[in-house]
Design a protein around this ligand. Structure first.
Ligand code: RAM
Length: 363
């Protein structure tokens, strides 16, 4: 079969090589982590130099706080985190809200501080709403690793990015173009929540791509928000077609949104006329790929993000790394990673899924 497999499953698991890390961000190093740790008692770990030979401590309390609990994507992500925490002989904890609204995570962070966790791994629902409590956690010597959706750089120690923001945004634009057909036409984005750091940064890149001459035949008519709620996403997809009956493509950069949009289109008269693409879980999308509603979508292995985040947190809580660019650490089966600019650690390139390869994936 032609094309489509950007990464085989095996490669997907082996992207840990430092050589694949993309550090395409601006060189403005400045995390302000030290300003937070300066408030801590003398000897606050965050300002100590990294000791690459430090042993990983046993019994580390590593808590995961995803955007929301009732999301199959979060389940896969934190499942990978649990596997890693077990390998690290730590104590795994999972807490989180049932909705991804901006401030829904704050009370959970406060409780994790009281419980004296060693590491908080958090996917921020809003880059700023979580910051005061995350900085309180850091003042209490808890290491804060963001994953999936970043918080503002001055309230976390490192960020596990699933792929480069630039790469994800470009891939969304490219899939929209491919699927709009030769004449192009109107496209719409069905996103998660309006505050989500990750979706908003991908949409920004996408818009810049769409402004390029190669994309002249595409017109972005609307960015709708389904709030990573299945019902709301379904209704928003329906609403898009009511408002824009000539729509060619719905691009949903969220697993919840793409599954809901595909479900709607597959059972409507728009099937075969309106394409659905974006970021999805292969297990949720399989039936829509097989019934022809979806030709192509992309994702990474969410379990690897949780796995990598746990290893980064343990390395930091053990003094091996501080979050500074250039530091290296080992992430179990994923291999060695290097911290990039702004404390960003990139998992690897996304995979594209089509009818030809979807059955090779089970997540
Ligand atoms: C949803 C969430 C998550 C995002 C994926 C692609 O499950 O919004 O943050 O990374 O989609």
């Amino acid at each position: 079969m032609e094309y489509a497999v950007l990464r085989s499953p095996r490669t997907l698991l082996s992207v840990g090589s430092a050589a694949l890390l993309v550090i395409g961000l601006s060189a403005c190093g400045g995390t302000t982590k030290d300003s937070a740790s300066n408030d801590t008692a003398a000897g606050g770990q965050a300002s100590a130099a990294a000791d690459p030979n430090a042993a990983i401590k046993e019994g580390l309390k590593i808590a995961f706080l995803p955007k929301q609990l009732n999301n199959p994507y979060s389940d896969v992500e934190t499942g990978g985190g649990k596997v890693a925490v077990d390998e690290l002989k730590g104590e795994y904890k999972l807490v989180g809200p049932n909705d991804a609204s901006a401030s829904s995570q704050v009370s959970y962070i406060n409780t994790l501080i009281q419980q004296q966790q060693d590491v908080i791994v958090v996917a921020a629902n809003d880059p700023n709403a979580v910051c005061p409590s995350l900085n309180q956690a850091r003042a209490a010597k808890i290491k804060v690793i963001t994953f999936d959706s970043d918080a503002s750089k001055d309230c976390r120690d490192a960020f596990i990015n699933q792929a480069t923001t630039q790469g994800i945004g470009e891939s969304l634009a490219k899939m929209a173009l491919e699927q709009a057909g030769a004449d192009g036409g109107e496209i719409a984005v069905l996103s998660a929540t309006p505050n989500a750091t990750n979706q908003n940064s991908w949409i920004d890149v996408m818009k810049k791509e769409l402004a390029k001459p190669d994309y002249a035949k595409l017109k972005l008519v609307k960015v709708a928000y389904g709030n990573d709620d299945d019902q709301k996403s379904f209704q928003e997809a329906q609403g898009l077609l009511q408002s824009y009956p000539n729509l060619k493509v719905i691009v949903a950069p969220t697993t919840v949104g793409i599954a809901a949009a595909a479900r709607y289109i597959s059972s409507s008269s728009y099937k075969g006329k309106v394409a659905v693409t974006g970021l999805g879980l292969p297990n949720q999308m399989r039936e829509y790929v097989k019934d022809g509603t979806v030709a192509k979508f992309a994702l990474w292995n969410p379990a690897d993000i949780g796995y990598l985040a746990a290893f980064a947190g343990a390395a930091m809580a053990s003094g091996q790394i501080t979050g500074a660019p250039g530091e290296k650490f080992k992430a179990g089966k994923l291999g060695e990673y290097t911290i990039g600019a702004d404390g960003e650690i990139v998992l690897g390139p996304p995979t594209e899924f089509t009818k030809a390869n979807i059955d090779q994936f089970n997540f």
